[in-house]
Write a protein that binds this ligand. Structure first.
Ligand code: SAM
Length: 318
């Protein structure tokens, strides 16, 4: 049994969000800036496996593959398969925009993927295309349907709420959970990138919950950022990720590693540690560098004090 790894504030760190690419086939307004041209700075599958093994050695139990868009990588199944060989990971999930997902669901499941989150920012095809810079909403729903059939559950949808863009669709999103056993989640817009720095676009989750008395708070799972609600007679659940209006930094259990091998221990802080020199050395060096970076994990995000992120979300791994 591996001992739990604690940072200098005593928080147990066991969740890794691993970005496998900074490329994306979409350009969501809140995520990538106009002038962002990813340079495909990507590690090969064996390097991701080494990082995942080092994290497992330190007590890692949970891993989410993200990006950019992970499906942009042709060798994604190999990356997942290598991670799934590591016995410590009891939860291997992925966040995707769903484009091209349907035909790869079986292969991803065979590789060891356990569950999926789909980003979905509007239910109106034209609006969806506008927010995502050309996305096709049918691709998302086909992906969700195939993933449900394959049992890659629980499936969650992620909607970044932006005032003036998709806030009038909230009740339509909630309706998705009436018949489908999915968790429909609303994410507060984070001040990452130019778009998110505009305070007039932010919507605090409490405002939405207060206006919907039929939402019944469910027992909350430990170390989950989403506050979840049920509705009588609905198959699915509703979740709110309130990272901006309610900080959960003191229970944060995660770190991020970017597709080019940089550790970011906090989404709302610009400190970074490169794993590249350690990746050129043996596993014990890699473990030591990762352990030190985790120990120094930043105490909390700076979203409420004029934070300006040096990277857009596609270059961090959301
Ligand atoms: N391409 C995949 C996707 O679309 O889900 C994975 C990467 S995307 C960067 C991961 C998540 O980050 C998405 O759910 C997206 O909505 C979220 N995200 C990106 N920028 C954000 C922002 N400024 N505020 C809040 N969430 C954001």
């Amino acid at each position: 049994m591996v001992a739990a790894l604690k940072d200098k504030l005593g928080r147990t760190i066991e969740y890794l969000r691993l970005s496998v690419t900074d490329r994306c086939n979409l350009r969501c307004v809140y995520c990538r800036s106009e002038d962002d041209c990813p340079k495909a700075r990507e590690l090969p599958p064996p390097a991701f496996e080494r990082i995942a093994r080092a994290f497992a050695h330190l007590g890692g139990k949970k891993i989410r593959v993200t990006g950019g868009e992970p499906l942009m990588r042709r060798d994604l199944e190999e990356i997942i398969e290598r991670i799934a060989r590591i016995p410590s990971y009891r939860d291997i999930s992925m966040t995707t925009n769903g484009h091209g997902a349907a035909r790869r669901i079986a292969g991803l499941k065979n590789a060891g993927l356990m569950r999926l989150n789909f980003s979905l920012d509007s239910l109106k095809p034209e609006k969806y295309a506008a927010i995502t810079g050309g996305g096709n909403i049918n691709e998302v729903f086909e992906g969700i349907d195939r993933a449900l059939e394959a049992g890659l559950t629980p499936i969650k949808t992620n909607t970044v709420l932006v005032r003036g863009e998709n806030d009038l669709e909230i009740d339509d999103f909630i309706e998705l959970a009436r018949l489908r056993p999915i968790e429909v989640r609303f994410i507060e817009l984070m001040p990452i990138g130019k778009f998110g720095e505009d305070a007039s676009k932010h919507i605090p989750s409490d405002e939405l919950v207060a206006a919907r008395k039929h939402l019944k708070m469910l027992p909350q799972e430990a170390a989950q950022p989403a506050v979840t609600y049920g509705i009588d007679g609905y198959a699915g659940k509703i979740g709110f990720i309130r990272a901006v209006s309610h900080r959960f930094c003191d229970t944060c259990n995660r770190i991020r590693v970017t597709s080019d091998g940089i550790v970011k221990t906090c989404l709302g802080d610009n400190s970074e540690t490169s794993l590249l020199p350690a990746l050129r050395q043996d596993d014990s060096t890699l473990i030591r560098v990762l352990e030190e970076a985790i120990y120094q994990k930043h105490s909390g995000h700076h979203f409420d004090d004029g934070y300006q992120s040096r990277r857009n979300m596609n270059r961090i791994g959301g």
